[in-house]
Design a protein around this ligand. Sequence first.
Ligand code: ADP
Ligand code: ZN
Length: 215
Amino acid sequence: MKLILLGAPGAGKGTVAKMLTELDGSVQISTGDILRGAVKAGTDLGKEAKGYMDAGDLVPDALIMGIMGERLLEKDCEKGFLLDGFPRTIPQAEELKVLLEKIGVTLDMAVSLDVPRDVILDRLTTRRTCENSDCQAIYNTKSNPTKVEGICDKCGSKTIQRDDETEEAISNRLETYQEKTAPLVGFYEGEGMLLSVNATSSDAVVKAIQDGLAK
Ligand code: ADP
Ligand code: ZN
């Protein structure tokens, strides 16, 4: 499957993407994960991106398009891909459209994960992520805690709260989302490829996507 996952921070894009990869071997492409990997590795890209990320601001479109232009050409994308956190602005969506036409790839759908704001806020402040960049398992201190506090069930590394998960950065991320990313729902509706789903449960989202693809 070739999907775009849209939704506010904390809507569950990453969780849903991971569940979908297990269905058919499509790869999850998370621009957030790619950027965090670059920051950790201390590359030029990482150095440029870090300030924006820690503040909860978007990284410039040109940087993201450079990353994604290359990533979508990699061999593992042939089986399918789940775009998680990209596109994030109207210019990114427009450039993606041109890029996909150029490489002859057609998307199945853009899925909008809809979650009430109070649920989002609660999820973001209680979220913990495995710090091992090869694992990046996601937990929640309330709804999905690790068996041993602070230790990843899957790989034994530490689970941490991301730098951009302070209250101030979270509120900035939500504001940025409303202003820059929420308009993409209308964009993909206009393209005739939008599926909106109530995303309070990730299992229900996966089911709705499977139903949508079968149509
Ligand atoms: P979130 O949980 O807020 O959706 P992500 O892990 O997707 O977070 O992204 C973390 C940060 O990386 C964002 O706040 C932003 O600074 C940057 N980022 C990720 N994807 C993009 C993108 N497509 N365009 C611009 N910035 C991005
Ligand atoms: Zn782990």
